[in-house]
Design a protein around this ligand. Sequence first.
Ligand SMILES: Nc1nc2c(ncn2[C@@H]2O[C@H](COP(=O)(O)OP(=O)(O)O)[C@@H](O)[C@H]2O)c(=O)[nH]1
Ligand SMILES: [Mg+2]
Ligand SMILES: [Zn+2]
Length: 349
Amino acid sequence: MSSVLSPVLSTYGWDGSWAQLALPHLDAGRLPGRVARVDRGRVDVLTEQGRVRAAPGRDTPPAVGDWVVLDPDARVTALLPRRTALTRAVASGRSEGQVLAANVDTVLVAVALEADLRPGRLERLLALAWESGAVPVVVLTKIDRADGDVLLAALADVAIAAPGVDVLPVSAVTGDGLAEVAAAARGTTVLVGPSGAGKSTLANALLGEAVMAVGEVRASDGKGRHTTVHRELVPLRGGGVLVDTPGLRAVGLHDAAEGIDRAFADVVALADGCRFADCAHEREPGCAVREAVTAGQLPARRWEAYRKLLREDEWAAARTDARLAAERRGQWKTITKNQRAAYRARGHR
Ligand SMILES: Nc1nc2c(ncn2[C@@H]2O[C@H](COP(=O)(O)OP(=O)(O)O)[C@@H](O)[C@H]2O)c(=O)[nH]1
Ligand SMILES: [Mg+2]
Ligand SMILES: [Zn+2]
């Protein structure tokens, strides 16, 4: 079977274990491929025979980065199990969350040097990235815009908000730091961050050509306009693929307790030193977290941010539980209704 060892597909990340997963679905005329884009109810799939605009199929909606199998009518008939998924909560409170990108290896979190660095937003994106199962890397963009002192101050701020995460300063304009970012973009890499952070410009620099639309800077406030509308997956020349995303302004976390703990590994390590194992870090004696805040070792802002994200995540989880319970009750109601109808039918016989 040609697609098992396809050199075309391997440029999109296809390997032996994907081939194995696809094998049971590969009847005559069926094609495996990777989802490059999802829009207006259609999915663009990169296959050995080129780009196919396909119908999504009836089950799980495919996301950018998913590996799928298409039938001869260009319909998705199988979605291969995801290795990782970058997932955010959706406003409607559906229990599944929205998959922004699937099978991601590296998440580049873009932060622009020029803007005032918002550590809370960075921490949230890092929790999202860790939770996906991919490895986050912070890219501090537009370093041509400021001098050395500003850069050093920003690097120090980022280091506090991103413990254990590599931070790569880069300018897409001068090319400084670009080689390091290219080296960090291993496997399937997704660019996330607020609109105007320079994601699409960086993507184009990494791709070596203008593939992604870049925002104009508004004269009024110097901010980039929202131009990237779709998530789009593009192969990189040196191997691997890159996914550019529209700006994520308010990203809600979805079932992300583990990701939050990884993003706040320093706080978790401190809490291990509290006298009581069940310390709520409120008024207990021997609370290592509060002591660290008082001593100025842990910024109070960061401690509050951690608690806020955990509360938000718990609240979302409770909402999901309530919804699942309601769904179960609903199912039970239909079951009992059907049963009563069956009894009645029997009685009439
Ligand atoms: N000076 C400078 N400007 C940049 C750099 N990268 C992006 N920009 C500008 O920032 C604005 C927003 O960039 P864009 O790539 O669209 O940001 P996105 O919304 O994150 O995709 C555009 O006007 C870019 O020209 C950089 O490295 N240096
Ligand atoms: Mg963009
Ligand atoms: Zn404590």
